[in-house]
Design a protein around this ligand. Structure first.
Ligand code: 17S
Length: 836
C-alpha cells in the first residue's frame, strides 16, 4: 500500500484512540521528562547538551498539546460550522517550547520540575532553533494571527509551505552581510506531524483539452502534466489556557514515486529519476526578498503549489462531509489571502469547482467571490506582483485560460458601469498590455474577493485614494481597514516575565487576553513606588540585552544608564536606517567639536537583514558597521555614544531586544510603511517612539497622546507635494549640522582604507530624485532627538511616559485585530473546547 493512501479503521474502535488525560503537575512532568530522556532519546548523565533535555521536555509538552488538539478537532467536527483558511507563503513562528508552556499554563510547574532535576529551563528553551519561515512583518503577522485565533477559540487553519531552508542566517564579515543557509530542520522538528495520508497531487505544465464525460457534458481537462506531491506537516497552535489547539498545515513538495517512465523511453531512466530533484526544489528555500517581487519561475511554482494543495485539501474535506453538494460551501468557508502571494487561489478554486466537481462558471464564480478575502501589505510599486502571461501559459495553462475568462467578464462589467471609458478598461484590466503581457495579481485578488483590506488606517485610505482607486469607485463596499497588532502572549507575557508579573500584581491577569485592561496601569504612572519598580525592571532588561549583545561582541562595554535607542527591522531605503546613521554621525560630530554640555549618553542599536540582491541595503549595513567602528574606538567619545549593529535579527532576538529598549525608531518616509508591527512590540514593553506620521505610528500616537510620542518629519501629503521641487543640495547648504555630517561622510572619514565605497549611497540621498527624501527630514529628526534627550534627563518623567506607552498599547493586540476580521469579514462562531 502506498504510504499516502488513506488509512481508515474498518470499524471505528474507540479503544484505539482514547486515553486518560495526562497529569499537569510537577511529578507528571518529572516522570515524563525522564522517560523521554532515558528511553526515547537514550541519554544519561554524561550528556551535557541542553538540546536533548530540551527535546525530552518538548516531547512531554507536546503530549499535552496533542490531547487538546484532538479535542479541538472533535469540537469543530461536531459543530459543522464555518471555517477560515489563512493562506500565507510565510509563517515566521520563531521558537515554540516556551510559548507552548505559557499557553498551556505550565511555565511555573515545569521550571520547578526542571529545577529539581538540576536543569535550567531557560537554557533548554534557548537551545531551540527559530522556525524562520518568513521575511519580516508579513510573516510574523501571520504567526501572531494564528495565536490570537486559537486564543479566541476560532476555527481557523493556517496553510503555508514547509521550507527546508528558512530565512538565511546573517553573519558580518569586514562589516558586510554574508548569508548562511538556515537548515533549520537538521536536528528534526519535534513540533510537526507528517500526515502522508493527506498527500495530494499538484499539476504543472501539460496542456488543456475539451473532453466529453459519461453524461455527455463538456469538461476541460488539464493533461500530460508533470505532477508533484504535496505532503502536509501539521503543527499545533495552542490558545491561551483555553484547551483550544488549532492547526498550522505546511506543505512539503515530494516527487511522485512513479517516475512517469511511460513518458520516457528506457534510455532516459537517469534523467527521469533526476526530475525528482526539480520537483522537490519547490519547497527547498524561502525567497529572502521582502517588499520586492523578483519574477522567478520557482516562486510562481511555490505560490501555485500552496494554493492548489490548500484548496484541494479543503475541498476534499468538504466532499467527505457533504459529497458533491457545494450549496453551503460559501457560507461555511472563507479564504484569507496574506497579500497577493497566494492569490492564484482565485483561479484555482474556479478550476477545481468546474473541472473536477462539475459546477458551472456562474456557480463557481459566485462561490469564489463569496469566499475569498484579500489583505494588502504594501503600496510600493516594486512589490506588486505581476507574472508574464507566457510563463503562466507554460506552467499553468488551465489557470491562464480561467484568468482570461475572469478578465473578459470583469471588463464587460466595467464597460457597463462606465460606457466608453476605454482608458479605465485599460487601467483596470487584470492583464497588463505592453511589450510583455503580464497578469496583475493584485487585480485578480480584488476582482475575486468580497473583502480587500489594508493593515493600518492611513495605508487603507491610501489604497482607496491611490493604488486601487478605480476598484474602490466600482466596489466601495469591498474595501476596509484592519489595523495590525501583535500577540501579547509572546510579546509581553512571554518575553518580559518581570514586567508581566508587575502588571499582573497591579491590575490582575485579565490583560493577557484583554489587552485594553492595561489602561488600568495609567494611574500608577503617578505612583513613585511603582515608577521605581518599573525602572528597575527596565534596567534589568537592559543588562540582559547587554549580555545578549556580548555574545556577538565579547569585549564590549555598554553603559546601562545610556538611552537605549533601537531600530530593528528589514534594511530598506524607505525605512531610512540611513537617517538614523546621519543622526549618529551628527552626535559624534558634536562630541568631537566640544558641543557636549549636558550630554545624554546614548547607545544606538540597529539590526536587520538585507535582501541578498539589494545592493543599497547591503551598503547601508556596511555604513552602520564602519561608522560604529570609528565611534566605538574613539577614546574621546567614551561611553557618551555607542553604535552597534545587531547581527542576525530574528524573532528570538526581538524577544530579548524589546524589553530593554528605551526608544523605538519608526522613521520611514511618510506613506511608505504600510503599518509596522515592531513599533507595537516596543511600545508594549515601555519604549517611547520617535516616528513619522506613517503606518500604525499614527494610531500609536493617537492612543498614547502627542505628549508621550516624539513626532517629526513631513507628512504623506507634504512628501508628495515636495517631490517636484525637492532640492537636497540646498537643504544641506542651509544646515550647518547636516553640512558637517555630509562632509565627514564624503571626506571618507568612515572608509579611510576603502575609498569610494559609499559614493552610491551618498549620491542617492543627495539626488533630487531620492524617493525617500532622507535629507528633507534630517533637521526635524535631529531637533526631535534633542527633545528626546531632554526628556530622558528627567528620569521620573521618562518613566511616566514609558508606563503610559505600555498602558495605552491595548489596541495593538492581535486579539483586537482578529476580532475585527471576524466581526466584519469572517463571521465565525467561537467554539469553546472542553477538556478533559
Ligand atoms: C509588511 N510587508 S513584509 C509591511 N511585505 O512592510 C509592514 N512583504 O509595514 C507591515 O507591518 C507588515 O507587512 C504586516 O502587515 C511585507 O517575495 C512582501 C514580500 C515578501 C516576499 C516576497 C515579496 C514580497 C519573496
Amino acid at each position: 500500500m502506498m504510504p499516502y493512501k488513506r488509512f481508515i479503521l474498518s470499524k471505528p474502535n474507540s479503544s484505539i484512540t482514547e486515553l486518560p488525560a495526562l497529569g499537569m503537575e510537577k511529578k507528571d512532568f518529572i516522570a515524563d521528562f525522564k522517560q523521554y530522556y532515558i528511553h526515547l532519546l537514550g541519554r544519561d548523565e554524561d550528556c551535557r547538551s541542553p538540546f536533548y533535555a530540551g527535546e525530552a521536555l518538548s516531547q512531554a509538552v507536546r503530549d499535552r498539546l496533542m490531547e487538546r488538539w484532538k479535542a479541538t478537532h472533535k469540537t469543530y467536527k461536531k459543530a459543522q460550522g464555518k471555517r477560515v483558511f489563512y493562506l500565507s507563503m510565510e509563517f515566521l513562528m520563531g521558537r515554540t517550547l516556551s510559548n507552548a508552556m505559557l499557553n498551556l499554563g505550565v511555565t511555573d510547574v515545569i521550571s520547578q520540575a526542571m529545577y529539581e532535576l538540576g536543569v535550567a529551563v531557560e537554557e533548554l528553551a534557548e537551545s531551540e532553533l527559530d522556525a524562520g519561515l518568513g521575511n519580516g512583518g508579513l510573516g510574523r503577522l501571520a504567526a501572531c494571527f494564528i495565536d490570537s485565533c486559537a486564543t479566541l477559540q476560532l476555527p481557523v487553519i493556517g496553510y503555508g509551505l514547509r521550507y527546508e531552508y528558512g530565512m538565511f542566517t546573517q553573519t558580518i564579515v569586514n562589516g558586510e552581510q554574508v548569508e548562511k543557509p538556515d537548515h533549520w530542520l537538521r536536528h528534526g522538528n519535534i513540533w510537526e506531524i507528517e500526515r502522508l495520508e493527506y498527500t495530494l497531487p499538484i499539476k504543472f505544465g501539460g496542456h488543456t483539452e475539451l473532453q466529453v464525460d459519461e453524461q455527455g457534458k463538456q469538461r476541460m481537462c488539464w493533461i500530460n502534466t508533470h505532477d508533484v506531491l504535496a505532503v502536509p506537516y501539521d503543527t499545533p497552535i495552542p490558545g491561551y489556557q483555553n484547551n483550544t489547539v488549532n492547526t498550522l498545515r505546511l506543505w512539503k513538495a515530494v516527487a511522485t514515486e512513479e517516475f512517469n517512465l511511460d513518458e520516457f523511453n528506457a534510455g532516459d531512466y537517469v534523467e527521469s529519476v533526476a526530475a525528482k530533484i526539480t520537483a522537490e526544489h519547490i519547497t527547498m528555500v524561502l525567497y529572502p526578498n521582502d517588499a520586492n517581487e523578483n519574477g522567478k519561475e520557482l516562486r510562481l511554482r511555490q505560490q501555485y503549489f500552496l494554493a492548489s494543495a490548500s484548496l484541494q485539501d479543503v475541498i476534499a474535506h468538504w466532499v467527505k462531509m457533504h459529497g458533491n453538494n457545494f450549496s453551503e460551501f460559501a457560507s461555511k468557508s472563507c479564504f484569507q489571502l496574506n497579500d497577493t502571494h497566494p492569490s492564484i487561489a482565485v483561479a484555482e478554486l474556479m478550476r477545481l469547482l468546474m473541472d473536477i466537481h462539475g459546477l458551472s462558471w456562474v456557480e463557481a464564480w459566485a462561490i469564489t467571490q463569496q469566499t475569498m478575502a484579500y489583505t494588502n501589505h504594501t503600496l510600493l510599486p516594486e512589490a506588486l506582483e505581476r507574472w508574464p502571461v507566457k510563463l503562466m501559459q507554460r506552467l499553468l495553462p488551465r489557470l491562464m485560460e480561467i484568468i482570461f475568462e475572469i478578465n473578459a467578464r470583469f471588463l464587460s462589467e466595467v464597460a457597463a458601469h462606465c460606457p466608453g471609458d476605454n482608458a479605465r478598461l485599460r487601467r483596470m484590466s487584470i492583464i497588463e498590455e505592453g511589450d510583455i503581457q503580464q497578469v496583475r495579481m493584485a487585480y485578480l485578488a480584488i476582482v475575486g474577493s468580497f473583502s480587500v483590506n489594508g493593515v493600518a488606517r492611513l495605508h487603507s485610505s491610501l489604497l482607496q485614494q491611490g493604488l486601487f482607486r478605480d476598484f474602490y469607485e466600482l466596489w466601495p463596499h469591498k474595501f476596509n481597514n484592519k489595523t495590525n497588532g501583535v500577540t501579547p502572549r509572546r510579546w509581553l507575557a512571554g518575553c518580559n516575565p518581570e514586567l508581566a508579573a508587575l502588571i499582573t500584581e497591579t491590575i490582575g491577569n485579565h490583560w493577557i487576553t484583554d489587552l485594553s485592561e492595561l489602561k488600568k496601569l495609567a494611574p500608577y504612572a503617578e505612583d513613585a513606588g511603582f515608577r521605581e519598580r518599573w525602572r528597575t525592571i527596565k534596567r534589568q532588561a537592559k543588562l540582559r540585552l547587554i549580555d545578549f549583545k556580548k555574545q556577538q561582541h565579547p569585549n564590549l562595554h555598554l553603559n546601562v544608564e545610556a538611552l537605549f535607542d533601537v531600530q530593528v527591522k528589514r534594511i530598506h531605503e524607505y525605512k531610512r536606517q540611513t537617517l538614523n546613521v546621519l543622526h549618529v554621525i551628527h552626535l559624534y560630530d558634536r562630541i568631537k567639536r566640544g558641543d557636549a554640555n549636558n550630554w545624554v549618553s546614548r547607545c544606538v542599536l540597529i539590526g536587520g537583514k538585507a535582501a541578498p540582491g539589494y545592493c543599497m541595503a547591503k551598503k547601508t549595513i556596511k555604513l552602520i558597521n564602519n561608522v560604529a567602528e570609528v565611534i566605538n574606538s574613539d577614546p574621546e567619545v567614551g561611553d557618551r555614544l555607542a553604535l552597534f549593529f545587531l547581527t542576525d535579527y530574528r524573532v528570538s532576538a526581538m524577544e530579548k531586544i524589546c524589553p530593554g529598549a528605551d526608544l523605538s525608531e519608526q522613521i520611514s518616509t511618510a506613506g511608505k510603511e504600510a503599518s509596522g508591527t515592531g513599533n507595537m512590540k516596543l511600545m508594549m514593553n515601555g519604549a517611547l517612539t520617535i516616528g513619522t506620521l506613517d503606518g500604525a505610528n499614527i494610531e500609536i500616537r493617537e492612543e498614547v497622546g502627542d505628549e508621550n510620542f516624539f513626532l517629526f518629519g513631513l507628512t504623506e501629503s507634504e512628501i508628495e507635494a515636495r517631490r517636484s521641487h525637492y532640492d537636497p543640495l540646498s537643504i544641506i547648504d542651509q544646515d550647518d549640522d547636516l553640512q558637517r555630517v555630509m562632509n565627514l561622510l564624503e571626506s571618507g572619514h568612515f572608509n579611510q582604507f576603502e575609498p569610494g565605497i559609499f559614493d552610491s549611497l551618498i549620491a542617492s540621498i543627495k539626488s533630487p530624485q531620492d524617493p525617500w527624501m532622507t535629507i528633507a527630514d534630517f533637521r526635524s529628526f535631529a531637533d526631535t532627538q534633542k527633545r528626546v534627550e531632554d526628556a530622558y534627563q528627567d528620569k521620573d518623567h521618562w518613566t511616566k511616559m514609558s508606563i503610559l506607552n505600555c498602558a495605552n498599547s491595548g489596541k495593538f493586540s492581535t486579539d483586537r485585530t482578529i476580532n475585527e476580521y471576524n466581526n466584519e469579514i469572517w463571521k465565525l462562531q467561537p467554539r469553546p473546547v472542553q477538556y478533559p
